[in-house]
Design a protein around this ligand. Structure first.
Ligand code: AVJ
Length: 344
């Protein structure tokens, strides 16, 4: 499937599916409406499931269990990105803070428990910390404890889905906005969408704005293959859990045992792909639809783009940023990049 098919969906780092006020409950008041699924959600997912090459947005990987499985992935030996990025921040934190300078308005995209950003506070000394995540409930708890630990930093929590647009309220300072986007979350966007997304960040900054971003780099494909198809099968469980989630969300009847995980690096397209493959021919139903899957047919569930340094620097340039500094681990598996807004 073309990489652009994930574009209209959401950014990678929002770990919870959002419910917008504009969503309309499916079969309102009827028992057939399960787990908060809406007609819009059902239509969106069905559209992908019915495509010649079936696909689903990666956001459906992250229900409550999926988020726990992703956390487990981050602790696997094979899954190097999380610990490698953490090591870069630990080793180069002072240098990064020096490059960025104090007094920034640190805007954390997909903040979650705010831990990554908070570990930088003692060096970075931001004037304001703005935590953005699709789930505000989670944020407010994290921020309450951070306010105690860092009383000099103004803290703001925003519960919004920044993939579909970014409108920052007046409570967010204009000066020295630094968008923080760690974890190689940018990898879920196809390059064209990544550029569009970064342009939106640039459009929300003055000429003193910047970006601090974690980017996963192209490396030996055996390393990438193992990171997305680990020995314990945690990534397989993470991927297969999507079907369990769809059963709840859509009232579908996927038989999880009849599917197999695939996760591998596609060198031609510079991305890791995750798929679910039918082990046998089967008919799957959901609210308002059905599809027959042949044995061996696949559902494409995620893309995770990997970059060369030069490739990502070029992408930043197209988005209106010039790369100021790059920090990497010794193996050059992962990069933390500080970019500054190009004057418009
Ligand atoms: C959360 C998008 C950064 O692409 O590495 C991990 C998701 N998928 N293992 C990634 C993921 C399978 C992860 N991101």
């Amino acid at each position: 499937m073309p990489p652009t098919q994930f574009q209209q969906h959401q950014q990678p780092s929002s770990l919870h599916q959002g419910v917008r006020s504009s969503d309309i409950p499916a079969a309102a008041g009827k028992a057939s409406a399960k787990a908060g699924a809406t007609t819009a959600t059902i239509a969106e997912v069905a559209n992908g499931l019915l495509a010649p090459q079936a696909w689903t947005s990666p956001k459906y990987l992250y229900d409550a269990l999926g988020s726990k499985l992703f956390e487990a992935i981050c602790g696997l030996d094979e899954y190097y990105p999380t610990r490698t990025e953490a090591a870069i921040f630990a080793r180069h934190g002072a240098d990064i803070a020096h490059a960025v300078g104090p007094g920034s308005t640190l805007i954390d995209l997909g903040a979650g428990n705010c831990a990554k950003a908070a570990s930088l506070f003692p060096l970075l000394h931001p004037a304001q910390y703005v935590a953005v995540d699709i789930s505000y409930d989670f944020l407010s708890e994290s921020l309450a404890s951070l306010r105690q630990r860092f009383p000099h930093i103004e803290m703001t929590g925003l519960g919004l889905d920044f993939s579909s647009g970014l409108t920052l309220p007046a409570s967010v300072r204009d000066a020295q906005r630094l968008f923080f986007y760690p974890g190689s979350s940018i990898g879920n966007f196809a390059p064209e969408q990544a550029i569009a997304f970064l342009r939106r960040l640039r459009a929300n900054s003055d000429s003193d704005g910047g970006l601090l971003i974690g980017v996963d780099l192209i490396k030996d494909s055996a390393v990438l293959d193992a990171a997305y198809d680990d020995a314990l099968g945690v990534t397989a469980a993470f991927n297969l859990n999507l079907l369990r989630h769809l059963n709840l969300l859509l009232g579908a009847d996927f038989d999880v045992r009849q599917w197999r995980h695939h996760g591998f690096f596609n060198a031609d397209l510079g991305r890791v792909e995750m798929h679910l493959e039918a082990r046998s021919e089967q008919l799957v139903h959901w609210q308002g639809g059905q599809r027959r899957f042949a044995k061996g047919e696949r559902i494409h569930t995620e893309d995770s783009y990997k970059y060369t340094r030069a490739g990502f620097v070029g992408l930043l340039e197209q988005a209106g940023y010039r790369t100021a500094r790059i920090w990497m681990d010794e193996q050059q598996w992962f990069a933390v990049i500080h970019a500054r807004a190009m004057p418009d």
